[in-house]
Design a binder for this molecule. Structure first.
Ligand SMILES: C[S@@+](CC[C@H](N)C(=O)[O-])C[C@H]1O[C@@H](n2cnc3c(N)ncnc32)[C@H](O)[C@@H]1O
Length: 381
């Protein structure tokens, strides 16, 4: 096994959760920046982090990092990197995405073509050829420039990791799987406590919670670009990582998770998605208006993302909904609520200041996770 440095980008605001997930997998954190965590792993670590990380958007091998303020510098410093360690002679390589913040170099198309040319120059010398057929496996690159510091990564994931493979159907405004997984881990919920999502839509929060409770890795049902990179990762390591993940799924635990929605059509999708994820037997989906929520049990959890009034004309009904949420949730004895919404005045209409608030970014949109803590159950002797 060799030393491989990996970077996992994530939603802004969930870096600390991703860091914990990486440490739990057994890897050492090198640094945490806004929206990215860098860590030290090896070949097996590429497989395990793709299969296991619930809150990472993708996993990239760090090929190199350097300062560059001109295209000449970008070319020369890219050419100096050991590309032959990663890209075989028949490999197909290109810069899939280049982004730049507060830097002299900012044109994505120029950055993309200069980096490609520099790699070609480097590989021509090492492989002693003038032209590459590029008819082998794909090696997509991602370039991130911040304050003139260029980071070049090989994308091992391919499709973003929030695409677990189970959500073929979505409601109008679905929460991303990675954000749902992050919120669940930001709360003190555990599988011994009841969990209800009264606005479950396509079921993302109950499904992610069930997978988390069962210790089911989120990436077991999808493919990753790096699976074909036999020059870097022996196939058997992928099989080992999958076997290991299958072995630790806890099928015995009893969990109490429910998803409600007033729209029966969307619940049909939620049930399909839960079935695809292999957790349908654990979630009780029911058509129910939030206003009728009730439970004789104490100490439950609500984790949910209610409508936030995407369209201006929805604003009044959303305000009324938040007022009604207060009344409905008051009927629940000692429950805790975790509500994510990008509606700025949520606390005003819900009528209660949150015990804690946390800013999270969903795409380009800023949202807040409003956290209300109920009493804890008494300790069992
Ligand atoms: C933002 S979406 C939730 C998306 C969900 N988290 C997902 O991943 O698909 C809000 C959901 O609230 C539901 N809804 C709106 N008003 C409701 C009410 N009064 N009671 C129950 N559900 C309601 C809508 O049908 C919609 O599915």
């Amino acid at each position: 096994m060799s030393y491989i440095e990996l970077t996992a980008p994530c939603i802004f605001g969930v870096e600390s959760i991703l860091k914990k997930e990486i440490i739990k997998l057994g890897y050492e954190i090198k640094k945490v920046d806004d929206g990215r965590v860098t860590f030290i792993a090896d070949e097996l670590g590429v497989c395990r982090s793709n299969i296991w990380l619930r809150t990472a958007e993708r996993v990239m091998i760090n090929v190199g990092e350097f300062q560059a303020t001109s295209f000449e510098e970008l070319f020369e410093k890219t050419k100096d990197l050991p590309w032959e360690r990663w890209i075989p002679e028949d490999g197909k390589f290109w810069v899939k995405k280049a982004s730049s913040i507060k830097s002299k170099l900012f044109s994505p198309s120029d950055i993309q073509s200069i980096i490609k040319k520099a790699i070609v120059e480097r590989l021509k010398n090492t492989y002693n050829v003038n032209w590459f057929k590029e008819d082998g496996d794909s090696y997509p690159l991602r370039v991130f420039i911040k304050k003139d510091k260029v980071s070049i990564g090989l994308d091992t994931s391919g499709e973003a990791l929030h695409k677990r493979g189970y959500r073929t159907y979505t409601s109008k405004a679905p929460i991303s799987e990675t954000l749902a997984a992050a919120i669940i881990q930001l709360t003190p919920w555990n599988k011994d406590r009841i969990l209800v999502d009264p606005f479950c839509g396509s079921g993302t929060i109950p499904i992610e919670a069930s997978m988390y409770a069962m210790n089911m890795a989120p990436g077991l049902d999808r493919e990753f670009t790096a699976e074909t990179w036999k020059n870097i990762i022996p196939r058997k390591l992928w099989f080992n990582a999958v076997d290991e993940a299958n072995d630790v799924i806890d099928t015995t635990s009893k969990i109490n998770i429910a998803g409600y929605d007033k729209d029966y059509k969307v619940l049909k999708l939620a049930r399909e998605n839960a079935k695809n994820a292999g957790v349908d037997h654990l979630i009780h989906f029911q058509e129910r208006d939030m206003r009728n929520i009730s439970s004789p049990k104490k100490y439950g959890f609500i984790i949910t993302n209610p409508p936030y009034g995407e369209r201006l004309e929805d604003k009044d009904s959303v305000i009324q909904l938040y007022k009604d949420m207060k009344v409905a949730f008051n009927n629940l004895d000692d429950w805790s609520y975790f509500i994510i919404t990008s509606f700025d005045d949520f606390e005003r209409y819900f009528g209660k200041n949150a015990d804690k608030k946390r800013k999270l970014y969903t795409g380009m949109m800023k949202a807040n996770l409003y956290q209300y803590y109920g009493n804890k159950p008494p300790r069992k002797n």
